[in-house]
Design a binder for this molecule. Structure first.
Ligand code: F6R
Length: 609
């Protein structure tokens, strides 16, 4: 949440910063701003999207080769021009951009007010600017030392960047709980809250860890701990390239990412499935396999869509490998003092690898001495680095705020883990081979589902004005019902609920009338006849039943719309069934005029609690 970008080098900073902010906009779009050191310090900031800022700034006044920028997802203070970052000290000498929450900002603010400081904004970040100013004024310390001392007084989280008119050759960055990456170029350095703004300039990056501060000058960078101990940092190579973060003619990233799923799943499976050896190879878990096989219990923690993938994982690992699994919201797990025992293994799932609650679940597992493995998409992300081992999704960058291709890749990775754990234990070689062949066919089957796009657009046209939706599924497709409902509500703002189909009779059935579309996931599996009975119940109450099914005839009699998807093994059906739901949400949202890539109030990567 909130995007940070910084530049120091020999090129004009302003366009690098604005381009960087545009690439980072999925992290927040409440306001945007830049500060440039140009003899003095010039700050331009504005409520709304980066484009608004870009269209109005006076570039002639922003000539300078050192600067910082910010795109905001509001926590403290409404989205407006005043609360937009960067924030300055009272003399306007230095500027700060910040991601995170300063929890003791009220106490710090009161102290500063008694010292005569006045505040323009409602933000916690402005407190930092005045605090650094106060320390520097009283101690005459160099700016980086004043920042370091200020940070020792702060309770909370921060990823911050700072520039000062008095230090035209220095960019300062510090991290605790909010990611920051330094991009290393030729005689120039970049800063980003993730890799997106860096990719077009350099692939060489340095990841800052929590409790680290960087002083970046035109000649190099030095990283120290907040306790002032110099640190040697490894330079890493970024995996993603510019190609992957462009829209390539698609109107929206979300649609592009839905359409990319056959390829993203092929990338996710590449090198991991050997039909010849009848085996699955998960390099990242090779040394952890025995621990997983011996586990008494696997606890999977995640948030949002990743939590839905985790639920599918529960059905997969329990169903195929017969190892008990529990799925937890990371946000609950971290605070309810969970009981972990020897024999427990924690798996965390996170597309971004930066979700604050999921990271806290990693810390809780580590605190209790339990092995913790990660399933992440972003290579080098904090969760990927802090877990004991893990598997990357290799789904490529996901820019659309609503997660689509990451969900299918998460389910694919969990499928491969489940099969690996089941091989030779609960599955015979022949059964395993049948299942593996079915997995390999999934990308082509998704290609077939994607051909239904026009049909799904038609469906979207019919239901675009509905105010409520129900999504019902059973077994492997109960989590898909939850995911379908989440996709619809987050991008089209239509209220939607997902339920296990059989739960309908325990309450939600009261909602059903002719204005209530009910989407059924009705696969020809062990629960098919039961779901069919549920559809009958909806039809009897004049609800509009829509079915996603791999079956025919009888369901058509009962439903207003039937979307037919290809057959596959029962445990693989979520990978196919979710696609029509993603498409339906997308088209409904577009038809309602919603900004699907930047839905209101949301941001990709929830790095605050
Ligand atoms: C929904 C969505 C969110 C994320 C959640 C976890 O479309 O994108 O619900 O799934 O914020 O994010 P990650 O997977 O990055 O930990």
């Amino acid at each position: 949440m909130c995007g940070i970008v910084g530049y120091i080098g020999d090129k004009p900073a302003v366009d690098i910063l604005i381009d960087g902010l545009q690439r980072l906009e999925y992290r927040g779009y409440d306001s945007a701003g830049v500060a440039i050191v140009n003899g003095g310090l010039s700050v331009e900031k504005k409520q709304g999207k980066v484009k608004g800022l870009s269209d109005t700034i006076n570039r002639a006044e922003l000539q300078g080769t050192l600067g910082i920028g910010h795109t905001r997802w509001a926590t403290h203070g409404r989205p407006n021009d005043v609360n937009a970052h960067p924030h300055t000290n009272s003399t306007g000498k230095f500027a700060i951009v910040h991601n995170g929450i300063i929890e003791n900002f009220t106490a710090l603010k009161e102290k500063l007010i008694t010292k005569g400081y006045s505040f323009e904004s409602e933000t916690d970040t402005e407190v930092l600017a005045h605090l650094i100013d106060d320390i520097q004024k009283n101690t005459m310390l160099p700016i980086e030392e004043a920042v370091r001392q200020a940070l020792t007084q702060v309770v909370g989280t921060y990823g911050l960047a700072m520039v000062s008119a008095d230090d035209p050759d220095t960019l300062i960055a510090a991290r605790k709980g909010s990611p920051l990456i330094i991009g290393v170029g030729e005689n120039e350095y970049f800063l980003g809250s993730d890799a997106a703004p860096l990719i077009e300039h350099t692939r060489q990056v340095v990841y800052l860890n929590d409790g680290e501060m960087a002083v970046i000058t035109r000649g190099g960078y030095q990283v120290k701990s907040i306790d002032n101990v110099p640190l040697e940092k490894e330079v890493h190579e970024l995996e993603w390239d510019l190609e992957q973060i462009e829209k390539h003619g698609y109107e929206h990233f979300m649609f592009k990412e839905i359409m990319e799923q056959p390829e993203s799943l092929e990338n996710c499976m590449r090198g991991r499935i050997s039909i010849q050896d009848n085996d699955v190879h998960l390099g990242g878990l090779i040394d952890s396999l025995d621990t997983l096989l011996a586990a008494d219990r696997i606890i999977i923690c995640a948030c949002g869509t990743s939590w839905h993938a985790a639920l599918v994982g529960e059905y997969l690992i329990e169903g195929l490998a017969r190892i008990p699994v529990e799925v937890e919201y990371a946000s609950e797990f971290r605070y309810r003092n969970p009981i972990l025992r020897e024999g427990d293994v924690v798996i965390v799932i996170s597309q971004s690898g930066e979700t604050a609650d999921t990271l806290a679940a990693v810390h809780e597992a580590k605190r209790q001495g339990v092995p913790v493995y990660g399933v992440c998409n972003v290579v080098g992300s904090t969760i990927a680095r802090e877990t004991d081992a893990g598997v990357y999704l290799h789904a490529g960058p996901e820019i659309g705020v609503a997660s689509t291709k990451a969900f299918s890749a998460q389910v694919m990775v969990l499928t491969l883990i489940a099969l690996k754990l089941a091989k030779g234990r609960t599955l015979s070689e022949a059964e395993f081979a049948t299942y593996l062949n079915a997995v390999v066919e999934i990308p082509d089957k998704i290609r077939e589902v994607l051909l239904l796009d026009e049909e799904i657009q038609g469906l979207a046209r019919v239901y675009r004005y509905a105010s409520n939706f129900l999504y019902l599924g059973r077994g492997f497709n109960f989590p898909v019902a939850l995911e379908g409902a989440l996709k619809l509500k987050e991008i089209s703002y239509i209220h939607a609920e997902g339920y296990p189909a059989a739960e309908m009779k325990h309450g939600p059935i009261a909602l059903i009338d002719r204005f209530m579309p009910v989407v059924f996931l009705a696969m020809k599996d062990s629960t098919y006849s039961k779901v069919l009975a549920n559809i009958e119940e909806v039809a009897a109450r004049q609800g509009s039943a829509i079915a996603i099914t791999d079956n025919g005839m009888e369901i058509e009699r009962l439903c207003e719309y039937v979307i037919k998807i290809p057959r596959t093994e029962e445990f693989l059906t979520p990978l196919l069934a979710v696609v029509p739901l993603q498409l339906m949400s997308y088209h409904i949202a577009v038809m309602r005029g919603c900004n699907v890539d930047q839905p209101r109030n949301l941001a990709k990567s929830v790095t605050v609690e």
